[in-house]
Design a protein around this ligand. Structure first.
Ligand code: DP6
Length: 329
């Protein structure tokens, strides 16, 4: 705890002094989907990633959080009161402990407009929103880069949710985490669409955090993952056309899932529907449609394509009767 507190103090610096606390604060923060994945952590308590990553923000899709001072701690998630033993309650309160004044208690009311824990990256928007809410409640003036560094302590992917468009999260090399932050990037490939297909909205059996730790600890592919992932990131940032970028995005997701599937014991997030959609994407490409997929620690498939093809792709998704949403970036 001490090490994390020192880190938080170092980031907040003078902001502490300028506090004008409010009774409550309400914020909305979007989620994001990694085009080149964060998978693996460095040792320590600062949630430092093994690899840098690149994401696309899901503008308008994420978490609304209302944080208020209260006589006791409580948390409401999507209208349901969580028990103190609930992992989501513990993670949220553990996060707020880093900012809590002596004797202060909080009521967290949080709502996702995307399925929670279904691999649609709700921990990213959840911790970005909690970070933003506590800063607003405290009346602190904190630059977005510093907010991304704080949000990372709750969930790594949350570090990338503070800007629209493409965001690069630098892993940094320092043990004190001071060079580990996210920032927006301008990319030469524009007018992208990402459709998130909700193939399975049930809670997943293994969290991304557990799958990440277990797969990197046991997969025979783990030693080569950081280098190959870094090469993907470098190529993705330099990609000058959509097809090059799309192919890297798909290759990176396939590689991450190969690490997961080769864990001992083996793990897989795929359902029959997931496999069917991957086949669909690859078949549509042979038919001339520029579309690529990515997949996180869940069954969902996300389709990446140029916005000029939005109507065609959405027609195919609608024909399959699958729930989805599309963001343009
Ligand atoms: C597959 O951010 O959920 O979505 O830092 O342990 O909370 P923690 O992990 P989390 O992991 C996200 C993994 C991923 C890839 C990505 O978003 O880059």
């Amino acid at each position: 705890m001490m090490e994390r507190m020192d880190y938080v103090r170092a980031i907040l610096g003078d902001a502490y002094a300028a506090a004008a606390q409010h009774e409550e604060a309400e914020v909305f923060m979007p989620s994001n989907i990694a085009l080149v994945k964060y998978w693996g952590k460095r040792p320590g308590v600062l949630n430092l990633p093994l690899v840098s990553s690149l994401s696309l923000t899901l503008k308008g899709y994420g978490t609304k959080t209302r944080l208020s001072l209260s006589h006791e701690d409580s948390m409401l998630l999507n209208g349901k009161t969580l028990s103190q033993g609930d992992p989501a309650y513990k993670k949220a309160m553990d996060f707020l402990d880093m900012f809590r004044a002596r004797g202060e208690c909080y009521r967290i009311e949080t709502e996702n407009n995307i399925p929670t824990a279904a691999g649609v990256a709700s921990s990213a928007s959840g911790f970005a929103a909690l970070t933003s809410a506590i800063i607003k409640l405290k009346g602190w003036d904190v630059p977005l880069k510093a907010q991304s560094m704080l949000a990372r302590l709750g969930s790594g992917s949350a570090a990338r949710s503070f800007w629209d468009g493409m965001v690069l999260w630098h892993k940094g090399t320092r043990d004190d985490g001071m060079d580990c932050y996210a920032e927006p990037v301008t990319h030469s490939v524009h007018d992208l669409c990402l459709s998130v297909l909700v193939l399975d909205a049930s809670e997943k059996s293994v969290s991304s955090r557990d799958a990440m730790q277990a797969s990197l600890a046991t997969s025979p592919m783990a030693p080569e993952w950081p280098q190959r992932q870094a090469a993907h990131l470098d190529a993705a940032l330099k990609a000058a056309d959509f097809a090059t970028l799309g192919q890297i995005v798909e290759d990176n997701a396939v590689l991450m899932h190969a690490v997961i599937q080769s864990a001992v014991p083996a793990m897989s997030f795929d359902t029959a529907e997931t496999k069917k959609w991957k086949d669909n994407v690859q078949r549509w490409r042979t038919e001339g449609m520029p579309v690529y997929f990515t997949q996180d620690a869940g069954a969902q498939i996300k389709l990446l394509y140029p916005s000029a093809h939005r109507a065609d792709i959405e027609e195919k998704i609608n024909a399959a009767g699958v729930e989805y949403f599309t963001v343009a970036a």
